[in-house]
Design a protein around this ligand. Structure first.
Ligand SMILES: [Zn+2]
Length: 391
């Protein structure tokens, strides 16, 4: 009886405890100036570090990790041998208990790289090869694997960058190192696994060699983070890349503007810090996360029988199931499934006998709806909420 009672108690506990409350993924994009360093506190309690900034950032990176109460890094990744990525790694490896250490199979003749190899050897750590197809974590809800490098040889060190794909529940993260367009193309075309990124760590500090139109279209990301130094001599991030991100409705955060950026996932939703001061670094987001809807009616031409609806938000909006209502005529048009409005784009709803379909024109009806008599138009979203009224 005691055992049975205990089992019931245990079962009740298991059912009632909010087990998911602590199962959170935290991603820290450390402000290491013109360099990369990303710390991941995984929901299963393990820790993963991608790069450690320049050599001079070693202290900062080590202190930041220690301040989180971490003394073991289960996975450490050196994306490629450039100093702005592996510079601080020797100090990190010296300071923590290291699990598995990954780097792409390429060498470099710099002092920084040689020093790293010495520390790695001194600590008795074996370097595992980072390349497409290598799995780090394969759990039900948590997966981590490399998508790049794909080939056995590249002429440019940046192209060797280890790219980590992390999937937690329904959320995805892509950490791209300094990959460029060639790698983006390879990931999309040669990989057996789908490349996905709700959150994209933008390749090569926002250089225009990366983050192609094609890549952004395939990823359909919600957020991007650019790790970049203030007033750097390379002109990173490129205005072309920033514009591309904006056109694809990707909310973009930069370490040169915000300092260290923290991002959270519970496996369903992704959240960024709004205003946090921690470890002396100011986390400040200049762009609102939730933009709400910026869709509005910009024109009702009662005589021409056209209504123009524009998306003024910086995100692509799905207006499937939205309703346009002619108030006086008590008639309504429902936008068909699959109707999307890119950021900044407009769509025209045409009515009347002269209505002609086009790439951005939808025909409601050949009947006259607005009748040139001051009929107000209303726009409702798919939940039936009034978005806008136009007189
Ligand atoms: Zn770099």
């Amino acid at each position: 009886v005691k055992i049975a009672l205990f089992s019931v108690l245990l079962l009740t506990l298991l059912i009632t405890l909010p087990l998911s409350a602590c199962e959170q993924l935290v991603v820290h994009f450390l402000d290491v100036g013109q360099a990369d360093s990303i710390l991941l506190e995984l929901p299963d309690g393990q820790n993963l570090l991608i790069d450690a900034g320049n050599r001079a950032d070693g202290d900062l990176v080590v202190d930041y990790i220690k301040a989180r109460g971490i003394n073991r890094l289960d996975y450490v990744i050196g994306t490629h041998p450039h100093e702005d990525h592996i510079g601080g790694l020797a100090q990190v490896i010296h300071s923590f208990d290291i699990g598995r250490f990954y780097m792409p199979r390429v060498i470099h003749t710099s002092k920084t790289f040689e020093d790293l190899l010495i520390v790695v050897k001194d600590q008795g750590i074996k370097i595992k090869t980072a390349r497409a197809g290598v799995n780090l974590i394969e759990q039900d809800q948590l997966k981590a694997y490399f998508l790049s490098p794909v080939r056995d040889h590249y002429d440019n060190l940046n192209h060797w960058s280890a790219v980590l794909q992390l999937i937690y529940g329904n959320t995805s993260f892509l950490f791209t190192g300094d990959t460029e367009s060639i790698n983006e193309f390879e990931m999309l075309t040669l990989s057996s696994k789908r490349t996905q990124a709700d959150v994209l760590k933008v390749g090569h500090h926002g250089s225009d060699s990366s983050t192609t139109e094609h890549f952004l279209k395939a990823l359909n990301s919600s957020y991007a983070v650019i790790s970049v130094g203030k007033d750097n001599p390379y002109g990173h991030p490129s205005p072309v890349v920033l514009k591309r991100l904006q056109e694809h409705g990707v909310v973009t955060f930069r370490t040169d503007e915000l300092g260290t950026i923290k991002c959270y996932s519970d496996g369903e939703k992704i959240r960024f810090d709004k205003a946090v001061e921690e470890e002396g670094l100011v986390n400040r987001l200049s762009t609102p996360i939730s933009t709400g809807t910026g869709v509005e009616i910009t024109l009702v031409d009662l005589k021409g029988e056209t209504v123009v609806i524009k998306n003024n938000s910086n995100k692509k909006e799905d207006i499937s199931g939205w309703k346009l209502v002619s108030v006086k005529g008590e008639q309504s048009f429902i936008f068909p499934a699959g109707t999307f409005l890119e950021s900044g784009a407009s769509i025209t709803v045409a009515t009347g006998r002269k209505a002609k379909a086009g790439p951005r024109v939808i025909i409601w009806t050949k009947a006259y709806i607005w009748n040139n008599d001051g009929d107000p138009a209303q726009l409702y979203d798919d939940q039936g909420k009034l978005v806008e009224e136009y007189y």
